[in-house]
Design a protein around this ligand. Structure first.
Ligand SMILES: *Cc1c(COP(=O)(O)O)cnc(C)c1O
Length: 437
């Protein structure tokens, strides 16, 4: 596979864009080599600048659940463009979008549109703080809620300590207000609450994690958090930026039957355009300006083109529940193929999956939190990634990401993925044997 144009473009990009990319994981640092520059995509396929075709298993990190350039969404965008691109004034489409979200996501009574998942999560904790009059939040190690300062915090030493900044530019002051617990560890959360009585404004959690690879909540974890939040007057925030409209029409909360106080959304909600949203209980959302005193604004929020793409995508999902059966079936078929290849080659790696999200972890340990995710052999993952890419399968360029399966895959695509896994995992087994000699 020739990548010479991508390589040239990357050299050019490095001159004028930090690291050559506008979002770090795109740089392929975790897997080596230079990133593939994309020219176009349609359905299940993405095409690079050298004319190579790949089967898509990232789908823009989730949004393209219907596949690329779905005709229904495309038509909605084209029609919207004819009426100009931005007004900075209210539109009918924003109401349609809000009504659609409130009807689909069980816990959402009122919703505010923003432009990214990051903005949604930043705003959600501000509202939680305004509503409770408290400062601290609890987040989980390995969960990602965008690049807001409050979320770029690493676990301190020991479960009951405050966090430390995970990035230069984040102040210790901000870090002091973010407490970190291991995922799936209710006891650690209880300890944090006890050590900080009446100080916790919010607990924010990915109900199914995508951002340390796919990690599932253990039985009772999400329910236990709900109970703790109720007991201590804490705002319970589900970050459904990944899981929203993906695990079901009503997201993870519908599947687990849990009613969070605030839900953050992104990715699928924009159908590929930059959209985020946060919504929840009326009483809490009415704290947001101009209904209430918590300030949050956006020049391009509720942008008409973005709303059109989002509405078309959500309506389509609403009217075609069979999409979920399709993407889930595709995912099962892919992971079955991986399991078969693992078994045939005497490998015992961990697969986590739910709905149309899955990860193959290069570790034999069960992966239930960030510590266990980190036992993965990332060098071996990098090898696997590059060999899959060479066989025309486009995976996330990091061990610590979930894959996102679309409805556009054909039976032939699924067989191609299975064949690629059979070949590549045999090579992995060979390399493991050499390493362990
Ligand atoms: C992607 C993601 C975000 C951030 O969304 P952006 O649109 O990239 O700012 C927040 N939370 C979760 C769970 C995500 O997966």
């Amino acid at each position: 596979m020739n990548h010479s144009t991508s390589q040239e473009l990357f050299q050019r990009a490095l001159q004028v864009i930090p690291g050559g990319v506008n979002s770090p994981v795109r740089a392929f640092r975790a897997v080596g080599g230079s990133p593939v520059f994309i020219k176009s995509a349609r359905g299940a396929y993405i095409f690079d600048e050298d004319g190579n075709r790949y089967i898509e298993l990232i789908n823009s990190w989730g949004p393209m659940i219907l596949g690329h350039a779905h005709p229904v969404v495309q038509e909605a965008i084209v029609r919207a463009v004819e009426d100009s691109f931005s007004f900075g004034a209210p539109t009918r489409k924003e109401i349609e979008m809000a009504e659609l979200i409130c009807s689909m996501v069980p816990s959402v009574e009122k919703v505010r549109m923003v432009n990214s998942g990051t903005e949604a999560c930043m705003s959600a904790i501000r509202v939680a703080r305004g509503y409770t009059g408290r400062n601290k939040i609890i987040k989980f190690e390995g969960c990602y809620h965008g690049h807001g300062d409050s979320f770029l915090i690493a676990a301190g030493s020991g479960a009951v300590t405050m966090g430390t900044p995970d990035s230069p530019g984040v102040t210790q002051g901000v870090a002091n207000d973010t407490l970190i617990a291991p995922y799936n560890n209710l006891a650690a959360v209880e300890a944090l609450i006890e050590a900080n009585p009446d100080q916790i404004a919010a607990i924010i959690v990915e109900p199914v994690v995508g951002n340390m690879g796919c990690v599932l909540p253990q039985k009772g974890f999400l329910e236990g958090l709900r109970t703790l939040c109720d007991k201590h007057g804490i705002v319970y925030i589900f970050d459904e930026v990944m899981t929203g409209f993906r695990l079901s029409q009503g997201g993870a909360q519908k599947i687990f039957n849990i009613c969070p106080d605030i839900t953050t959304m992104g990715k699928i909600i924009g159908g590929g355009l930059p959209v985020g949203a946060y919504g929840g209980k009326k009483e809490i959302m009415d704290c947001v300006s101009p209904a209430g005193k918590v300030y949050q604004a956006g020049t391009l929020s509720g942008n008409p083109i973005a709303m059109s793409a989002g509405i078309a995508t959500l309506r389509y999902l609403n009217e075609h529940p069979e999409i979920y059966e399709q993407v889930n079936q595709h995912t099962r078929q892919i992971t079955e193929g991986i399991r078969k290849a693992l078994k045939n080659n005497g490998l015992n790696f961990t697969i986590n999956e739910m709905g149309s999200m899955y990860s193959l972890f290069f570790t034999e340990k069960p992966v239930t939190d960030f510590e266990s995710a980190k036992t993965s052999d990332t060098a071996m993952f990098a090898f696997y990634f590059r060999e899959m890419l060479a066989r025309g399968v486009y995976l996330a360029p990091s061990q610590f990401e979930s894959l996102f399966v679309s409805a556009a895959l054909s039976e032939a695509d699924l067989q191609h993925i299975e064949q690629a896994h059979a070949e590549v995992l045999a090579m992995v087994a060979e390399r493991m044997a050499v390493v362990h000699k």
